[in-house]
Design a binder for this molecule. Structure first.
Ligand code: PLP
Length: 835
């Protein structure tokens, strides 16, 4: 350990059984079509490991360990062997160290926290490094004697010599990560020995959180000598989902006061007649492993370790291989410059150097800036990565201290942000103009050169501005020009079920426009029966293939999927009689419409309880879900047309315009929500989406021009991917007239149809990877999002189409003219207005 790492050994695939690309091909078929850069989340398991495990499982009969049957003995033996094998894997002398199997690294940390809480009636003191994972920080809540966060390595180095001058009887625990899971910095492992030496037999202990570091580096426990080491195996081998706590036996006495006991950890217990039990004395692990061990998972470690050794030789080889690639990626990203020589990537790595595995692991945390120095929203980077099939992580990545230090946040700023609604994992990219998180890419044993190039190319292609930015918007048109053009409605669509297929409004029908949008638009949604969350196409692309249609004549919503020969259809009444009220929290953030509610707010929906309804959707999507309807107000009011005599029927129909109905039988109202003053509905501020045919055409030209020729070439996309309600096209006056793509960027309003229905044009629609789902096949592609990201990035956001709403004046008039409904129809003339 003490000899300096020979940097010359840092090389691609060095020491591997064969070239990493060959290993990839044979062992990781999953990686053929994707770029996986989240090994800090979990690395991936090799095919031959799973094969070996499967063979292992079939070769013997494994019973519940710790009894006398042969099958049980077989499990016990294997567990004993594996405990030793794992200790050896970390070079931990079994005379000096014991290994306790736990669920994961966090469980190991919690076991230590509980132990320290119980061991001394005065409680304990806890110190932790600012680079700690969330799981280490939580220990402080149990530290009754005080706790301290060390803000730098230097602070720890300053504290260690002070340990002897501050002798306390109560125990002290210092915890730090072997490697930051945010930026891969490797921390000084010498602290474990230094702290023990300074304590000189006193009550000070070290907890090494090795979870991130062991993923791509060897850990020599004998040399480092931590009192406690926590780790998770899936981060090393990809499988099994299991963790370990390695305890230095000299610290065993701390566990004596542990109060809880459970199955398997005691020699004898009185169930009644006295509170007495005798703990197992044979070993520490026997006393700490409550209940039945995850014995199949433990047995899987055999295949995991063997396969890993066979493929990669040693952890050191992996460390060198990944250091080599991390260095390469770092060099490429940090060399990227805009036209004005400003840096594209801000990489958060402090003072450590990529390529030196002693102080730096293969994780890169970064944010991107444009040539004007503005931050690129991390969520935009993530969306683009997602359509390009690159897996990475964004956010504060469970490392609040490291992220706050890198991003320059103070604790009061973070609290403030929380009170303004920022939450771990929600979509806020900035607060006060500064990023709320990072983009993190992390490498693993099987990462190859192609992965590195794919990521670097993505950043280079999409985020490096090679020339000064041209104004994102074309200059406004001359007024004359505008007047001479004829815009008209090419098609009208509503999406009766949120995120499902479109219902194209028949060409000869006038359709009602309400304050809340086109009649019957997003009146229903699908909700997960377990979580209550609304499903969206981003996660379930097959939703695009569920095709609803509104049959006003018969008063039903007809929903179908499948091919024309094998179609499955369900009909639901447009009335309210089949629903029952449920309360759920809907996360609107993931949709592409902005609603006036905060993510996670409770809203009430009317869910369809019928098993026929839920089976219809669940069978097709492969997820337990059912249909639900948004409550009144925004919902289109409808009840089955009363049975009327033939004469009355025809008279009645004349009164009605398609899509509009007399307001009889209002839907149920939710009293309790009323009282709380909460919105009953997803009241959309931007109910109508307008898409321009000319813009779609222009986009398609760009896609085709920039795409390579041949079979892999990107194809033009249908206007349907933009899921607009109103598609507006231009009728060119003369042959040779050119279309005006993106004219809609300048619109402030529209007048539509013979009655000049007035519609306000609002902000641009921010796009996500959902536009890359083919609405006819349900398949994910990279276009058009990739080209949009390049050509339609306005203020850091990818925009296409405009939101719109019935203008205020129309809404006011509605109240006085309840029967004179506003309508639109395919072919209606559209006259844009400009501010
Ligand atoms: C992943 C990780 C953990 C948590 O591991 P779990 O398996 O989720 O318990 C803790 N610390 C670090 C440094 C990690 O990288």
């Amino acid at each position: 350990m003490s000899t300096p790492t020979p940097l010359s050994r840092i090389a691609y695939s060095s020491g591997y059984s064969t070239d990493v690309d060959k290993i990839r091909e044979q062992e990781y078929p999953h990686l053929a079509t994707t770029t996986y850069l989240d090994h800090a989340g979990t690395t991936l398991y090799a095919k031959s490991m799973i094969d070996a495990f499967s063979q292992d499982m079939m070769s013997g009969l494994f019973g519940n360990p710790h009894s006398m049957s042969l099958s049980s003995q077989l499990s016990t033996t294997r567990i004993d062997d594996l405990r030793l094998r794992v200790l050896r894997f970390f070079n931990a002398d079994p005379d000096e160290f014991d290994l306790v199997f736990v669920a994961n690294a966090t469980a190991a940390i919690k076991l230590i926290a509980d132990t320290f809480r119980d061991t001394d009636h005065r409680g304990f003191w806890y110190g932790y490094h600012v680079d700690a994972h969330t799981s280490l920080i939580g220990v402080r809540e149990l530290a009754d004697l005080n706790h301290q966060c060390f803000m730098s390595d230097a602070d720890v180095d300053k504290w260690i010599p002070e340990i002897p001058s501050n002798p306390t009887k109560a125990p002290r625990l210092f915890a730090f990560p072997g490697q930051s899971n945010m930026n891969g910095r490797r921390l000084p492992l010498r602290w474990c020995k230094e702290i023990r030496a300074a304590a000189n037999g006193g009550n000070v202990y070290t907890l090494l959180d090795a979870a991130s570091m062991v993923s791509t580096s060897a850990l020599d426990i004998n040399a480092v000598s931590p009192d406690f080491t926590a780790l998770s195996f899936y981060k090393i081998f990809g499988f099994p989902d299991l963790g370990a706590l390695i305890v230095k036996k000299s610290a065993t006495h701390l566990f004596e006061r542990r109060r809880f006991f459970g199955g398997g950890t005691v020699e004898m217990v009185l169930a009644s007649g006295g509170q007495w039990h005798a703990k197992k004395e044979s070993s520490l692990h026997a006393r700490l492993e409550d209940g039945t061990l995850p014995f199949h998972s433990i047995i899987a470690l055999d295949s995991a370790i063997s396969t890993h050794e066979k493929l990669y030789g040693s952890m050191e080889n992996i460390s060198f291989h990944t250091a080599f690639l991390a260095r390469l990626l770092y060099d490429r990203l940090s060399a990227l410059k805009h036209w004005n020589e400003t840096q594209v990537c801000q990489i958060y790595h402090g003072s450590s150097v990529y390529g030196n595995p002693k102080s730096q692991g293969p994780i890169i945390a970064f944010n991107l800036r444009n040539s004007q120095g503005q931050w690129v929203p991390k969520s935009e980077v993530e969306k683009l990565a997602s359509v390009q099939n690159i897996q990475m992580r964004t956010g504060t990545v469970c490392n609040p201290g490291g992220a706050a230090c890198s991003l320059g946040w103070t604790s009061s700023e973070i609290r403030n942000a929380y009170s303004k609604g920022l939450r771990c994992g929600n979509g806020n990219d900035f607060i006060n103009g500064r990023p709320t998180g990072v983009c993190r890419v992390s490498l693993g044993a099987m990462t190859n050169m192609t992965d590195i190039e794919t990521l670097a190319n993505l950043v280079e292609e999409f985020y490096v501005e090679k020339t000064p930015p041209i104004l994102a918007l074309d200059p406004p048109l001359e007024e004359d020009d505008v007047v001479n053009r004829h815009f008209y409605i090419e098609s009208l669509s509503v999406f009766p079920i949120k995120s499902c297929g479109a219902f194209k409004i028949p060409e000869n029908k006038r359709w009602e426009v309400k304050r809340e949008g086109l009649a019957w638009d997003r009146e229903w949604c699908l909700i997960h029966q377990g979580t209550g969350a609304a499903l969206n196409q981003k996660r379930y692309p097959r939703m695009a293939l569920i095709r609803p249609s509104i049959d006003l004549e018969r008063g039903v919503l007809r929903i179908s999927y499948g091919t024309s020969t094998e179609q499955v259809t369900l009909e639901i009444s447009l009335g309210w009689e089949e629903t029952s009220l449920i309360s759920t929290s809907l996360c609107q953030n993931s949709g592409n419409r902005r609603a006036t509610m905060v993510c996670g707010d409770q809203i009430s929906l009317h869910a369809y309880a019928s098993p026929v309804v839920s089976a219809f959707f669940s069978d097709f999507l492969g997820v337990p879900c059912t249909l639900a309807r948004f409550p009144s107000q925004s919902a289109t009011r409808f009840s089955r047309p009363p049975r009327l005599s033939g004469v009355w029927k025809s008279k009645f129909r004349k009164l009605l315009m398609p899509g509009s109905f007399p307001p009889d039988l209002p839907p149920p109202v939710v009293e309790q929500n009323r009282q709380q003053g909460k919105p009953l509905t997803l009241s959309n501020e931007m109910p109508i989406l307008v898409v321009s045919r000319s813009s779609v055409n222009r986009l398609n030209e760009t896609i085709k021009a920039s795409s390579k020729q041949g079979p892999g070439a990107a194809k033009a996309v249908a206007a349907d991917v933009f899921r607009g309600n109103i598609v507006v096209a231009e009728r060119l006056a003369r042959v040779g007239d050119a279309e005006q793509p993106y004219a809609e960027d300048h619109w402030s309003g529209l007048r539509i149809g013979p009655d000049e229905l007035r519609i306000d044009v609002l902000e641009g629609c921010q796009r996500c990877q959902m536009v890359s789902i083919d609405q006819f096949t349900g398949l994910r592609r990279s276009e058009p999002f990739s080209t949009l990201a390049k050509t339609r990035n306005i203020d850091g956001k990818v925009q296409f189409g405009r939101y719109a709403a019935l203008s205020r004046a129309e809404v006011d008039r509605l109240e006085f003219e309840p029967l004179d409904r506003r309508t639109v129809m395919v072919g209606d003339v559209v006259t844009p207005t400009f501010m």
